[in-house]
Design a protein around this ligand. Structure first.
Ligand code: HEC
Ligand code: HEC
Ligand code: HEC
Ligand code: HEC
Ligand code: HEC
Ligand code: HEC
Length: 446
């Protein structure tokens, strides 16, 4: 009986191992197959880089074309395939067309004239500056499959956690302390119980007296315990009070809701728009400034909706399109009439970063002279769906960086002489901002 059970067990394990083995191998095969597939598809698609194509498309073509909707010009998804199938035109035709469509129309090319008339004689810009390779890249982008909306899991959460990591570690410490206390109490209770059991086993009478006095009375009677608890509470409250006072006026992580849901992730991240396109004064002046609605309308006269790929689980396409409508209302733009119809109402952006009035901070000094990246101070802006304050903006924060950052003296004639003098004075090769006077109160305080 016992034996048969054992053999059954052996059989079972054998079977299981076989099943697992088969699953594994078939999966490995599948995996290999997928790799092979992606390899071959990348090989066949090597004719163009669709990522580069996307930015070229956005920069040159998006004003008149979208992939899926007719605008000033035709929708361009799979345009190469379409022209090859319907009209028998090849890539050479497309090169010539994009570089100089007007020339083609004049030369009497049949299809060029057909599409030109179809679009009411609207002229497409000529792009002689684009190379064949550039156009390959654009065509690779237009040949991309239409993507289903991709949710970005946790994009919000990462923003939140990076903004609040300062508090988390403290909470963990407090939590660990609390658990330690509970364990200690439980331990004492158990020890007490076992001792009692031993005692009664040995036939020793344990005074039941302590049982009749309630625990809290015993506790109050014990002066040492009272002292320890009092000290503990005093220290804890001092700790919280100190923490509370220190964070007054520090708005790290501040993330207000704006009138228009404007996403840096979509603009600066996904579409790669340069920060300085909108915050143009960061290079040359003290402040960076917030762009006026004219700047937005440079693009949004033709971008009246977001593509379906832009929508996420959290924000739908309808939501984003509605936000663009808010922009139109604010700018006084009518999408139907394609012109400004009224004054609009300026958007009241809520200011996020704000130093006290007695501090002097200059953007161009940091961005242009020192060459500090925006992200060093403002964090991963290109990932922020909603803007928040990344740095604490305290005096300690400024000083810390001035102590540790070297001044960029290369190719800066202004610094050549002072660099020589100061390196002699300090006997070092590299100069930190602090050595140059970056810790002097007067530099930052009026
Ligand atoms: C100023 C607006 C404008 C810009 C910018 C523009 N196009 Fe066009 N495009 C048109 C118009 C309008 C047509 C329709 C033909 C015509 O009227 O000349 C067209 C037609 C085309 C066609 C033919 C499509 C078909 O279905 O037959 C292709 C291909 C094309 N454009 C590619 C591009 C590319 C690539 C770029 C960017 C490098 C670009 N266009 C930039 C306006 C523009
Ligand atoms: C298309 C225009 C545009 C681009 C590109 C852009 N921004 Fe902004 N930025 C805005 C607008 C509008 C606001 C105000 C709304 C808000 O706070 O989200 C803003 C707000 C900010 C703020 C907060 C200002 C405050 O109130 O304290 C910072 C910091 C910032 N941007 C940095 C950047 C950086 C860094 C980049 C590049 C990675 C960038 N921006 C790219 C338009 C833009
Ligand atoms: C350089 C071109 C450009 C400029 C300038 C620009 N946008 Fe956009 N905007 C885009 C593109 C591209 C999209 C995304 C379209 C898509 O995903 O299909 C977009 C999407 C949007 C959306 C929907 C997504 C979101 O962020 O909520 C809003 C709202 C918007 N823009 C507002 C603004 C405002 C306000 C400004 C001015 C401060 C501005 N845009 C400036 C190109 C621009
Ligand atoms: C050395 C750190 C640092 C760098 C680098 C930096 N900023 Fe700032 N930024 C700040 C501080 C500090 C403030 C708050 C200024 C104030 O309140 O006077 C601020 C404020 C802003 C604001 C709010 C409006 C304003 O001008 O006060 C915007 C927008 C902004 N920064 C964008 C940018 C952009 C874009 C870049 C890169 C080109 C950049 N910043 C680089 C530290 C920095
Ligand atoms: C990420 C590093 C960094 C941070 C943070 C930073 N700075 Fe600076 N700061 C620099 C560098 C680098 C220079 C040197 C620029 C140069 O070459 O003149 C500089 C120079 C300065 C100067 C000119 C000093 C001089 O000797 O001429 C002032 C004023 C200044 N910073 C103020 C501030 C204030 C105020 C803050 C905080 C709100 C701040 N900085 C935060 C890097 C930083
Ligand atoms: C690199 C720039 C910088 C230098 C140098 C600097 N400070 Fe500050 N200081 C700041 C900033 C930024 C704040 C605002 C901090 C805040 O809002 O939390 C500040 C705040 C203060 C405050 C107000 C108290 C507080 O913490 O809010 C005092 C007082 C002060 N500084 C004194 C000094 C003295 C004294 C010196 C010279 C030994 C000095 N600072 C040098 C940037 C600087």
């Amino acid at each position: 009986m016992k034996k048969s059970y054992q053999s059954l067990e052996v059989n079972l394990t054998n079977n299981m191992i076989q099943v697992i083995y088969r699953k594994l191998t078939s999966n490995i095969f599948r995996f290999g197959f997928v790799i092979l597939l992606t390899f071959t598809t990348t090989l066949s698609a090597q004719e163009g880089d669709s990522a580069k194509g996307k930015s070229l498309f956005n920069a040159n073509c998006a004003a008149c074309h979208t992939l899926d909707k007719k605008m000033t010009g035709p929708a361009l998804r799979n345009v190469e395939q379409r022209l090859a199938d319907d009209e028998g035109l090849d890539r050479e035709w497309l090169y010539t067309w994009v570089k100089n469509s007007a020339g083609m129309i004049k030369s009497g090319d049949a299809y060029a004239n057909k599409i030109y008339n179809e679009y009411g004689g609207a002229a497409m810009t000529a792009f002689p500056q684009l190379s064949n390779e550039d156009i390959d890249n654009i065509l690779a982008y237009t040949a991309e499959e239409k993507k289903a909306p991709t949710p970005v899991p946790g994009s919000e959460i990462t923003a939140q956690t990076t903004a609040t990591t300062g508090g988390v570690s403290n909470e963990i410490i407090l939590g660990a302390l609390a658990i330690l206390f509970i364990l200690l109490a439980a331990g004492l209770f158990l020890v007490n119980k076992t001792l009692r059991r031993f005692a009664s086993a040995q036939g020793i009478e344990v005074e039941e007296d302590s049982k009749s006095t309630p625990l809290w009375k015993a506790f109050i009677k014990n002066q040492f315990l009272m002292l320890v608890t009092a000290i503990f509470f005093l220290l804890a409250s001092a700790y919280f009070a100190f923490g509370y006072f220190m964070q007054i006026g520090i708005d790290q992580g501040y993330q207000p809701i704006q009138e228009i849901h404007y996403s840096h992730k979509i603009h600066a991240g996904d579409n790669g728009i340069d920060c300085k396109y909108c915050h143009s004064s960061a290079r040359t002046s003290k402040t960076s400034g917030i762009p006026s609605l004219n700047v937005c309308m440079n693009c949004h006269k033709s971008i009246y909706e977001v593509s379906p790929e832009t929508a996420t689980a959290e924000y739908s396409k309808e939501f984003y399109d509605g936000e663009i409508q808010k922009l139109y209302a604010a700018a006084g733009w009518s999408d139907e009439e394609q012109k400004y119809v009224n004054e609009g109402t300026p958007v009241k952006w809520t200011r996020i970063h704000n130093l006290p009035d007695f501090v002097y901070f200059n953007h161009s000094q940091h961005v242009t002279v020192a060459g500090v990246e925006c992200q060093t101070c403002h964090g991963p802006v290109e990932e922020m769906e909603i803007m928040y304050q990344h740095a604490p903006l305290t005096m300690g924060w400024c000083i810390e960086c001035h102590r540790t950052t070297n001044v960029n003296v290369k190719d800066n004639a202004y610094y050549t002489k002072i660099h020589e003098q100061l390196t002699k004075k300090y006997g070092v090769d590299k100069l930190t901002v602090a050595m140059q006077g970056g810790l002097e109160c007067g530099k930052c305080h009026y």
